[in-house]
Design a protein around this ligand. Structure first.
Ligand code: GLN
Length: 195
């Protein structure tokens, strides 16, 4: 395939995402600057801390070029903090926190954390055969979705995996378990992009 998959590398752990991308036959490319962003066909926004990622997007000069690429339909996968960064609306965020509206969902930060900080669960995921073992770490969940958004998995009635067009977001960390099916789902959705 050889498609160049960007990994937003401002903050948070990208190593496991890079290994998943590589294992699926694509080229992982670290993105820290607008020039690097211009070279990739798609992007993964990893977990970490969404307030910090938002701040670093501004200081790195990436915020505007990222908004432009997203408006142009660049496929993007956001996991945990990445889901928050890509959401249309954020609850319990910091007032100055930016989100990029790549998917019409309202996300609540640290939503499970009010009950329990981190947990793992076997998720039933639409379109996948067999459960996906999902790791949640101070995770958000989705409070509300536009009808155009597909909800692919939920925990206790709260959506945790959603897709709209070329945007896929998960409240959990699909890169941590060695199960490549979420990355595969994302990369399958990028197949019609120019190489
Ligand atoms: N709680 C973090 C945030 O608000 C997300 C945690 C994570 O990415 N594991 O950004």
């Amino acid at each position: 395939m050889g498609r160049r998959v960007g990994l937003l590398a401002l903050q948070g752990a990208i190593g496991p995402h890079a290994r998943a991308v590589d294992a699926l036959g694509c080229e992982p490319v670290e993105v820290r600057t607008p020039d690097q962003l211009a070279t990739v066909d798609s992007l993964i926004v990893p977990g970490g801390e969404s307030t910090t990622i938002s701040k670093l997007l501004d200081t790195s000069g990436l915020a505007d070029p990222l908004a432009e690429r997203l408006a142009g339909g660049m496929p993007v996968l956001g996991t945990c903090a990445g889901m928050i960064v890509l959401a249309a609306d954020v609850l319990d965020g910091r007032p100055d926190q930016r989100s990029f509206a790549a998917i019409d969902i309202t996300v609540r930060r640290n939503a499970f954390g009010r009950q329990v900080d981190s947990f793992e669960v076997d998720l039933d995921v639409e379109t996948l055969d067999g459960p996906f073992h999902a790791v949640f770490i101070r995770a958000p969940f989705v409070e509300s979705v536009d009808p155009a958004v597909e909800v692919l998995a939920s925990v206790d009635g709260h959506p945790v995996l959603c897709r709209q067009g070329a945007t896929l977001v998960s409240a959990f960390h699909p890169e941590l378990t060695g199960d490549l099916r979420i990355h595969q789902m994302f990369l399958a959705g990028t197949a019609d992009q120019p190489a």
